[in-house]
Design a protein around this ligand. Structure first.
Ligand SMILES: Cc1ncc(COP(=O)(O)O)c(C=O)c1O
Length: 397
């Protein structure tokens, strides 16, 4: 059979487009954070991971401009060879200090960080044990490790009894890495870290937490999941991204110096891929400066998300519970998700429609997310649009 046959018979996206309900790939023409321009029209953004609104911050933009002036637009090489700038080293040191760890290593994206860390650490005969609702980059990192003859096991979402059952079934002598999102990217739920660490330690497993949606969002001054649980010294490795709170692009892993040194010299994702651009590093550094100087932004972010969680709930929506920047509003079927998305879009609200397999069956949702730069007027407009839409589609309890 022709390899491309599956592409020619894939028509689902075209059908949804023809029905005018397609929620993906809509180009943003201008972006000021809470307000964006799409199709020439101002809209309120309620689906971005730009949690502290720093992509539009004058100091972050200025840092990017200056870095381009000084270093040019790209590094044209991997960190290993000619692609290391003093900016990369500075960002690694600054982050290590901020997170209270020995060492940090940058990657070009968060996705690549997961692939690069897991596949370099979990080798033949080792086991990776992953939460079933972890981000796709962890699943794919595990698949990559499996291709290198590591073993891949999954446990029920945030279920530490099941984690223990899985760990019990693994030979004592095998190397083990338990991996979990710190804040789960779809639901916004926070991992049960105390129990996860307790169980992992009992079976001699190391722990990797993905803080993509945690850094700058939870923990003391936004220091992430381990800080949130007051367990900074008990998480072996933390990975993160610059594409969310840090208003940039790139990823990082943080942990003990010897482990970071090993990854630096053994991870193909570092050795065979170009390093983050000067502007990416400089803007992440500027964002880190702001986060350190203005921790109240984190409080504002959580206050905004809490306001929305309560607001949706008071209106009668089925809202997922969390204390993070992500507020999931469940609408049920895929069709309801597309309809809700379209009506909100027409009312000037830009949210994300999540459908299976990204969410469980019948749990399609509007994944809304907030920024510290959202004002009450923005938030109330979002609630107003949801209310009218919810009434029209019978989504309210
Ligand atoms: C939990 C999680 N990890 C990793 C990533 C990947 O980060 P990046 O955008 O830097 O590739 C994401 C992005 O959506 C994420 O949600």
């Amino acid at each position: 059979m022709d390899l491309f046959e599956k592409c020619y018979s894939f028509t689902r996206a075209d059908e949804v487009k023809e029905a005018g309900l397609y929620p993906y790939f809509h180009p943003i023409e201008e972006n000021e954070g809470p307000v964006v321009v799409v199709e020439g029209k101002e809209m309120i953004m309620a689906g971005s991971n730009n949690y502290l609104g720093l992509t539009a911050h004058p100091l972050v933009k200025e840092a990017a401009f200056k870095a381009i002036e000084k270093y040019g637009t790209g590094c044209s090489g991997s960190r290993y060879l000619t692609g290391t700038l003093d900016l990369h080293i500075e960002l690694e040191h600054r982050l290590a200090k901020f997170l209270g760890v020995e060492s940090v290593l940058l990657f070009s994206t968060g996705y690549q960080t997961a692939l690069g860390v897991i596949s370099a650490l979990v080798l033949r005969g080792d086991y990776i044990i992953s939460d079933k609702e972890n981000h796709a980059c962890i699943m794919n990192g595990a698949m990559l490790a499996k291709g290198g003859f590591a073993e891949f096991k999954r446990y029920k979402h945030n279920d530490m009894e099941d984690l223990e059952n899985v760990l019990k079934s693994i030979p004592d002598k095998a190397g083990k890495l338990v991996v979990s999102d710190g804040v789960f990217s779809v639901s916004g739920e926070i991992v049960n870290l105390p129990d996860l660490v307790k169980v992992a330690k009992k079976y001699g497993a190391r722990v990797l937490i993905d803080d993509a949606h945690s850094t700058g969002v939870i923990g003391v001054g936004g220091r992430g999941t381990a800080s949130h649980w007051n367990m900074t010294s008990e998480v072996d490795l933390t990975m993160g991204t610059f594409s969310k709170t840090f208003a940039s692009l790139g990823g990082f892993v943080a942990g003990p110096e010897r482990v970071i040194n090993f990854l630096k010299h053994n991870s193909p994702a570092i050795i065979f891929s170009a390093s983050p651009t000067p502007a990416s590093c400089a803007s992440a550094l500027a964002a880190l400066d702001i986060l350190e100087k203005e921790p109240e932004l984190v409080d504002k972010l959580i206050a905004n998300a809490d306001y929305m969680r309560k607001g949706f709930s008071d209106l009668g929506f089925n809202v997922l519970d969390s204390r993070t920047a992500i507020v999931g509003v469940v609408v049920g079927q895929v069709e309801a998700a597309f309809m809700t998305w379209r009506k909100l879009f027409d009312r000037g609200i830009f949210v994300n429609a999540f459908i299976p397999p990204g969410v469980p069956p019948n749990m399609s949702m509007m994944r809304t997310s907030y920024m510290s730069s959202h004002q009450k007027i923005h938030l109330d407009k979002i609630l107003d649009a949801f209310l009218v839409t919810g009434k029209e589609l019978g989504l309210l309890k």
